[in-house]
Design a protein around this ligand. Structure first.
Ligand code: GMT
Length: 388
């Protein structure tokens, strides 16, 4: 049976960053979902993806070794990855590659595809654009011509929101079709669970719990989170949980000290069981400068936590103003604080926001979104077999 037929299982190579970043999480959860749907999935990266733990049927991992040599001041990872792709595609007889985050994965996949062509093999690749590869890093003159080439050379391109598609079309000279396939959520894992004892330990006086999860990069504006909280806690008893780690953490800790909030702001660092912390949260704060989708906000909503966010990028496609939470202009901390107070000041109002946040999260159920990726794979395979 040919791989383009709608019921045949595929052998898919997945290239991603293995870290806790959004693109790595989406790549891993999607790969694992595809494996559950009967496809054979091969992760190819420099480390085992953080969300891929333990044995899973139909899932394999191939490590790219970082060949060190005294001549190299910068180890050529792109070359090592392309060589690994060539090796794995041939040995495992893969049908297609799906690369997440354009830099450098799209051009590396292009390189592998061209090498394999010379060897008589036809292997198409799909590139998923995630956000900062387009809106931030990809804009740099150090990368932009290569990013544009990588996108245009892909056999299929997906973007995680309409907003990211618009940004891609306006920032690059794009000659290929971009399909929008949103981020998704596993509602079996991210759900409201009873963690009352946990809540009591953090907020013994019944205070409301506000939560922020990110990689603490400047684009997340974590300082705004603390400033928003400093306004809220004057009006309503509450605690702030800051989850994650990254370059801005030190500055944010300093700011909390300066604002004398240390007793009520808890820095929890990187956490695996985010859903347990979301289960005790009342509002999720996401004041990002730029956010192609906002996967962390979707995870919160799946746990019935309303979201107070900026209106950056794709956030309005996820967080519906006045329904699942509120949107404000980037940097408008007064408005974000006022909106949070509107939600937390009344049990009934909070319950309504919780309900609607959960209903919205259900629209992004992995079981709804995964077939859209499968459709992109079939389309790309069909086109490449016609061209071959
Ligand atoms: O949030 C980050 O900075 C990590 C980044 C990534 O690519 O690893 O996340 C991006 O991809 C996520 C998954 O598609 C999106 O949900 C995030 O909104 C996006 N981040 C930004 O656009 C800043």
């Amino acid at each position: 049976m040919s791989a383009m037929q709608s019921n045949s299982s595929l052998r898919i190579g997945v290239v991603c960053y293995p870290t806790y970043g959004g693109s790595g999480v989406v790549a891993t959860e999607l790969g694992l979902g595809m494996a559950r749907h009967g496809h054979e999935v091969h992760f190819i990266s420099y480390r085992q993806p953080a969300r891929y733990k333990g044995y899973k049927a139909n899932v394999y991992y191939h490590e790219v070794s970082n060949a060190d040599y005294p001549l190299f001041e910068f180890t050529p990872y792109d070359t090592a990855l392309a060589s690994k792709l060539v090796e794995v595609v041939q040995r495992e007889n893969l049908d297609l590659l799906h690369v997440h985050y354009a830099i450098p994965h799209a051009t590396v996949a292009f390189m592998a595809r061209e090498i394999l062509k010379v060897r008589g093999l036809n292997i198409p690749f799909v590139t998923t654009l995630h956000g900062t590869d387009i809106t931030l890093v990809g804009q740099s003159p150090n990368f932009s011509p290569v990013v544009e080439f990588g996108i245009n050379s892909s056999d299929g391109v997906t973007a995680v929101s309409k907003s990211l598609k618009r940004d891609t079309l306006s920032n690059f000279n794009i000659t290929t079709q971009i399909d929008v396939v949103p981020n998704f959520i596993d509602l079996e894992r991210f759900k409201k669970i009873d963690k009352e004892h946990f809540k009591l330990a953090i907020a013994p006086g019944g205070e409301r719990i506000l939560t922020h999860v990110s990689n603490f990069r400047a684009v997340k504006r974590v300082e705004d989170v603390v400033r928003i909280y400093s306004k809220i806690c004057k009006h309503f008893p509450s605690k702030l949980l800051l989850i994650g780690d990254g370059p801005e953490r030190y500055r944010v800790e300093e700011l909390s000290k300066e604002l004398k909030l240390c007793d009520d702001v808890l820095f929890l660092g990187k956490q695996d069981a985010i859903e347990e912390l979301l289960a005790i949260s009342d509002v999720f704060l996401m004041p990002s400068e730029s956010e192609s989708f906002g996967l962390a906000a979707l995870e919160a909503m799946a746990c019935q936590v309303p979201v107070v966010s900026s209106n950056a990028g794709g956030l309005p496609e996820v967080n519906i103003h006045g329904e699942t939470g509120f949107l404000s202009e980037i940097g408008d901390i007064d408005d974000m604080a006022a909106n949070t107070l509107k939600i937390i000041s009344d049990d009934k109002i909070l319950a309504g926001f919780r309900e609607r946040a959960y209903a919205q999260a259900q629209r992004f159920d992995i079981e709804v979104v995964l077939p859209a990726y499968e459709a992109v794979y079939r389309k790309v395979l069909a086109a490449s077999q016609i061209l071959a």
